[in-house]
Design a protein around this ligand. Structure first.
Ligand code: NDP
Ligand code: HSE
Length: 443
């Protein structure tokens, strides 16, 4: 797979949708600048999508249009396969076929890598080719390169990020414009932010794919998507967004991974963040990732996390890197997941019950004497310390008077908090399911 300096690098684009088309256009638009940087012209020689007529309308006559992805990834004239079709099947077979055919691969497919990355990266190492995936996490933000190279001197302590543009867009539209959930989601889909299956976005699965990759790169552990604790935004209620705001917090869907004494935390869930914190001010489809290393301290990376052009920016940067690496022996490639494969350990992911954080609780209770005392007794018995308790008027016209109690706690182990919530729920005076959200400060 060595290319003499100056030889054009021939690309095959597998998928020509939001990201594929944007990558094709970007390669053309910035052709001269890209060649000046890479030392090679990057030429798209073939594209594949099932709707070949649509593809034909979008590309130059010189580009071969195929309906069969397998034909593209084994094409004799393709040096680098750029997988932008998404999904697991047949993307996995075709990525592996490309690797087996000795082709380098660039992909934006976080679902594929979160589920099968360990196998795919191992196969690529065996064959001496690169699988590059900058676009798989946080769209245009170069967080993969940052973790692999820029911060490689550090012992990383934690990473926390808004890493799904669709949900951040929805939460922002709901809060700022009072839009309902489905209209905000429809807008995100129209803007090309959402996954083919948008439940991946709104249920937190897409963020879980990404944080599983980030965690592996931050701590030198295997990609462990099946161990991520995942909660999306579909259960979030407008009342909690409003109360959070009144209390000086903003709710964001975060991907969080932390190194703790007994393992690694790996979780995605809506999180209350102080309104004035950097992450809380990240709006619309913007993403932001904070990484804390022992030497560098806290660092923040901000940018567009979804959409054609920003994602294409990361895809094309990967292609450029691959073009430069084509002259290098595989032994000189940086490890895909930032750590030497022989040094990767099976660091345990903490069960969510063992995670320690602080909480926001909302309880719809009967508005009568002694209720607060019963609730605080339950918390006190479990050594959960209160930070604040606020009573708010409940909405609606109910026959018996009810009220909302909002409780902010200090840090507690989640298993203990779950016991406390179950005990509260069992009280006659608690008339609706207790709402529990986690509260964090990343600075
Ligand atoms: P789209 O759905 O817009 O595009 C997918 C493309 O793949 C289409 O051209 C489709 O064409 C083609 N395709 C799908 N299945 C096949 C198949 N079996 N054979 C050949 N072609 C196929 O997706 P996106 O561009 O939004 O996403 C692509 C990838 O990038 C995904 O992995 C996604 O997670 C990732 N990504 C997307 C971002 C975004 O903001 N959109 C951001 C970051 C990553 P046809 O139907 O004609 O076959
Ligand atoms: N659907 C993803 C998002 C695309 O909304 O963030 C970027 O990975």
């Amino acid at each position: 797979m060595s290319a003499s300096r100056g030889r054009p690098i021939r690309l095959g684009l597998l998928g020509l949708g939001t990201v594929g088309l944007a990558a094709y256009d970007l390669l053309r638009r910035n052709q001269d600048e890209i060649t000046r940087r890479s030392g090679h012209a990057l030429q798209v020689v073939a594209v594949a999508r099932r709707d070949t007529q649509a593809a034909r309308r979008c590309v130059d006559d010189s580009v071969q249009v195929l309906a069969d992805g397998h034909a593209l990834v084994t094409h004799a004239e393709v040096d680098v396969v750029v997988e932008l079709m998404g999904g697991i099947d047949p993307a996995k077979q075709w990525v592996l076929a490309a690797i087996d055919a000795g082709k380098h691969v660039v992909t934006a497919n976080k679902a594929l890598l979160a589920l099968h990355g360990n196998e795919i990266f191992a196969r690529a190492r065996e064959r001496g080719v690169v699988v590059a995936f900058e676009a798989a996490v946080a769209g245009g933000i170069p967080i993969i390169k940052t973790l692999r190279e820029g911060l490689s001197a550090n012992r990383i302590q934690w990473v926390a990020g808004i890493i799904n543009g669709t949900t951040n867009f929805i939460l922002t539209q709901m809060r700022q414009k009072g839009l309902d959930f489905s209209s905000a989601l429809a807008q995100a889909q129209a803007l090309g932010y959402a996954e083919a299956d948008p439940t991946f976005d709104i249920e937190g699965v897409d963020a879980a794919h990404k944080i599983a990759l980030v965690s592996a790169m931050a701590f030198g552990v295997r990609v462990q998507f099946d161990r991520v604790h995942v909660e999306g935004i579909t259960q979030l209620q407008a009342a909690d967004m409003r109360y959070a705001e009144q209390l000086g917090y903003r709710i964001k869907l975060l991907g969080i991974t932390k190194r703790v004494d007994n393992g690694v935390e790996l979780r995605v869930h809506p999180t209350l963040l102080p309104q004035r914190s950097l992450l809380a001010s990240v709006e619309d489809a913007m993403n932001a990732v904070m990484v804390c290393g022992d030497a560098v301290g806290s660092t923040l990376y901000y940018g567009k996390g979804a959409g054609g052009d920003p994602t294409a920016s990361a895809v094309v940067a990967d292609v450029l890197d691959v073009a430069r690496l084509m002259d290098a022996d595989a032994v000189h490639h940086a490890p895909a997941l930032a750590f030497q494969p022989s040094a990767v350990d099976d660091g345990p992911v903490l069960p969510q019950d063992e995670v320690v954080t602080s909480y926001y609780l909302r309880l719809r209770v009967r508005d009568e004497a002694g209720v607060l005392a019963q609730l605080t007794a339950i918390l006190a018995q479990r050594h959960i310390s209160l930070d604040a308790v606020i009573q708010r008027e409940a909405q609606g016209d109910e026959a018996t008077p009810h009220t909302d109690l909002i409780v902010l706690t200090h840090a507690a182990r989640e298993g203990v908090m779950n016991q406390a919530i179950a005990a509260m729920q069992a009280l006659d005076v608690v008339v609706q399911p207790v709402v529990r959200l986690r509260r964090e400060v990343f600075a």
